[in-house]
Ligand binder design. Sequence first.
Ligand code: ASP
Length: 358
Amino acid sequence: MKDSISRRKFIGRSIGISTGALVLPSAEAFGMQVKSGSTIPLIITSHANDTGRKALEEGWKILAAGGSAVTAVETAANIIELDPEDTSVGYGGLPNEKGVVQLDASFMDGRTYSAGAVACLENIKTPSSVARLVMQRTNHVLLTGAGALEFAKAWGFREENLLTEKARKIWLRWKEEMSAIDDWGPPEHLKDQQKLESWWQDFPEIEHHYGTTNVLAIDKNGDIAGCTTTSGLSFKLNGRVGDSPIIGAGLYVDNEVGAAAATGRGEDVIKSCASYFMVLRMKDGRSPQQACEDALHMITDRYKKVNPDYFPSEKFVAINKYGETGCASMKGSVNPQMSVMTGRGYTKYEGTIAFPGK
Ligand code: ASP
């Protein structure tokens, strides 16, 4: 494995956050122990676009005012979920094969070792908030489908149509061209991957044809929280649940270590328990960057006997309790990025590609 630490770098620059009288505290001001070059409080998201930045600016206000990591994470996740232009998360997400938007989300609180999640939730724009309530107001971890919706309504969430015109038109186009690129049939790891990718080239305006967002934060007390929220794989089978609401797969948080989360083809993330694996790697002393890369290599190692040319599209992010960050993707030619906000301002962190050119 390559030495990622020497290659990773921060890009972008401090933005001089326009938060008025907002005090931007340093880790030292909070008496936190951090590694050189890192700082706490900290909030990150796998979304490196404008919405990701806006989300972190709002999440940061909570942290800077001394608020909890849980609230900062929820505030940031809600902003991404409510963006109608984002076709990968919440409102505006691409639907399943039936044209129905089914959302998955999970939440984990490292301080209390509690977790909550919802899967196949319909008609609610902010599934991360419902997941937080499952975590804080029930003795369960995961609610699905009709039960998750009933729970959300009981807590006052309003049912709304989540299918935007933009998403509906893309879905109709997919139906018209439906063929070997849907998810029916045995995967055979996965013979039509290239065809699937080339189909999407007709939609350059769609930034995320699949995708998810992860938000991870450490607050002034050193408490760590995380959330993963998604509309899941586009045109998935009705009722399909991805990795995002599965604790240990799409998300894992441990106050004593750090937090990790995943985006990409959830089936592989579920089978590999990738987020839990990353946290265990960090517990063993690996940096967040190394832990992300280790997890990607672990997945391809598992597939070697079945198909050595199979490199599922995944992107992993991680933070440790010292305020260090990491991000890595499985393949491609463009290094993955994520958004990071600390007392020093906003940066885009550029991660590594585990298998460049694949
Ligand atoms: N991980 C999500 C899922 O499998 C989708 C994605 O991140 O692209 O549902």
